[in-house]
Design a protein around this ligand. Structure first.
Ligand code: GLC
Length: 528
């Protein structure tokens, strides 16, 4: 087997900086707070920490609206705090991945302030400006992800500008080579500092149709669905020309050693895998959100595994995700029992896993009172669309506010069950969620069969998902029961010993003939 790189064999852990650890007592997490918790991540055994945006931002979308790509927002600290974080992470053997937001800037970015100052400003064409229709209405029917039309009228220069998200997040014009160069230089600024990679925000959204054609109506859409989906974003997402931009961006990473580029891309599998690039010159890891968007049920999970691996191009490296700061948590989607089974899947499938902070504790979505909603998607569209519930503070211990902050009130409320679900408590509990994660991570990190090894899916039905992982003579069978009732997996002559179960018992038991699983149980068998 050829030598694998750290981002292939490793495990990524996502930190949402507002909610990881507050060190200043203002109720919001910060970089010094993250640095103080790096030892935890090292103990947990992950390889890399991906930090959601911590750059200068008016925070209209909590940092996904950047006003200076080369500085840290005062809320999170100063540049020296970041250098500290990076040095400490590297000292502990952890990689650091930052979050690049290329599709749009903040409306407060100096480029946009210039761009909107006059029609003949040299930066006018750095954003997407368009004349109104003759009746003064927006140029076409393109919708914004956070509600309403994606065009904002500018009184001064009498044109509309395009924003795929909030009006405070104007889209950059990536067809302009000067924009590309300036943004690539922003990447180099951090890569030169020693950052190990970037997760790239909405990678498939960077280029829009140059003829500004209307998006077609979505026949499946009905009132109550996300308003953005009323039209199929055929002319605003995944345009063919975006591939050139991705290739050019990848080339920036290739100027350095072993840096990783991960793309945030919500697309069906067949279209997603194009982002590996035609000759492997695209993203190293186009995020695979199959387990985030599909229900946690055996049939769709089996189907995703089969179709995803079949679609990966030669040389492409797979990856899996269960949750992030934009989607309901796995423990809420699947229930806590099944979330253990899901964790076993994430950490035994072939391909780089990304763990979302707090999922290793079994954290659930936290209900947020209406007057405390912070997320623009919840405020603009409907409280049920708010992403706040999955963004609540990390639960460190049983002290007030779960040890996240000394402020009387954190920026979002802490889960009410934090006294039972927190790092300190779960570390000591041999059956906890955290203990399960630590064991799974340890096993994956120490067994080449489980990280870089081959995967062969077993033909199962009902609630069972099963696969074999192998490297050289080492073989593991992973059997996952996604149902609440017992299930039996015929072993077809295989035999071995149980290495790990989601219940953290039966360890060392011999199995042969058939593997009996309890409801909501996942089992890893070392085959002999
Ligand atoms: C991505 C981010 C999300 C953000 C959006 C706009 O989807 O993950 O949090 O709101 O892009 O930048």
């Amino acid at each position: 087997m050829t030598e694998k790189l750290w981002w292939q064999t490793g495990i990524v852990y996502q930190v949402y900086p507002r909610s990881f650890q507050d060190s200043t007592g203002d109720g919001v997490g910060d970089l010094t707070g993250i640095t103080s918790r790096l030892a935890y991540l090292q103990w947990l055994g992950v390889t890399a920490v991906w930090i959601s945006p911590c750059f200068r931002s008016p925070m209209a979308d909590h940092g996904y609206d950047v006003s200076d790509y080369r500085d840290i927002d005062p809320l999170f600290g100063v540049l020296a705090d970041f250098d500290n974080l990076l040095a400490e992470a590297h000292r502990l053997g952890l990689k650091v991945i930052l979050d690049f937001v290329p599709n749009h800037t903040s409306e407060q970015h100096p480029w946009f302030l210039e761009s909107k100052s006059s029609r003949d400003n040299p930066k006018r064409d750095w954003y997407i400006w368009h004349d109104p229709k003759p009746d003064g209405s927006p140029p076409n029917n393109w919708l914004a992800n956070f509600g309403g039309i994606a065009w904002e009228w500018d009184e001064t220069t009498q044109q509309y500008y395009y924003h795929a998200f909030l009006k405070e997040q104007p889209d950059l014009n990536w067809r302009n080579p000067a924009v590309r160069q300036a943004m690539f230089d922003n990447l180099r600024f951090w890569l030169d500092r020693g950052v190990d990679g970037f997760r790239v925000d909405v990678m498939n959204s960077i280029i829009k149709d140059d003829q500004f054609r209307d998006n077609p109506p979505n026949p499946g859409w009905k009132p109550g669905d996300h308003p953005y989906l009323e039209y199929i974003p055929a002319f605003t997402l995944d345009r063919p020309e975006v591939q050139d931009v991705v290739t050019a961006m990848r080339a920036v990473f290739d100027e350095y050693d072993e840096r990783v580029i991960i793309g945030e891309i919500y697309l069906p599998i067949e279209r997603l895998v194009r982002y590996y690039g035609e000759n492997g010159d695209g993203a190293h890891l186009p995020f695979n959100f199959q387990l985030v968007i599909k229900p946690w049920e055996a049939a769709p999970v089996r189907d995703s595994i089969r179709r995803y691996y079949a679609a990966i191009p030669p040389g492409g490296w797979p990856n899996w995700v269960l949750g992030n700061h934009d989607r309901p948590r796995i423990a809420s989607r699947a229930g806590r029992e099944q979330a253990r089974v899901a964790a076993m899947a994430l950490l035994t499938l072939w391909g780089t896993p990304t763990i979302y902070q707090g999922d290793e504790l079994g954290m659930e979505d936290v209900p947020i009172p209406l007057d405390k909603i912070q997320d623009p998607q919840g405020l603009n569209i409907d409280p049920s669309r708010s992403r706040d519930p999955e963004r609540t503070p990390m639960q460190w211990d049983a002290s007030p506010n779960a040890g996240f902050t000394t402020a009387p009130e954190p920026w979002l409320p802490v889960a009410s069950d934090y006294r039972d679900y927190n790092v300190e408590q779960e570390r000591e509990d041999p059956k906890s969620f955290l203990t399960l994660h630590r064991r799974l991570i340890d096993l994956r990190q120490s067994e080449p069969a489980l990280n870089a090894g081959s995967l062969a899916q077993l033909d199962t039905d009902g609630d069972l998902v099963a696969y074999e992982r192998a490297d050289g003579g080492t073989r593991f069978l992973v059997a996952l029961n996604l149902g609440a009732g017992p299930a039996s997996l015929p072993l077809d002559g295989r035999r071995g010993q149980i290495t790990l179960t989601t219940h953290l018992d039966r360890l060392g038991d011999d199995v042969s003939g058939a593997l009996e699983l309890r409801g909501d149980e996942g089992v890893i068998v070392r085959l002999s």
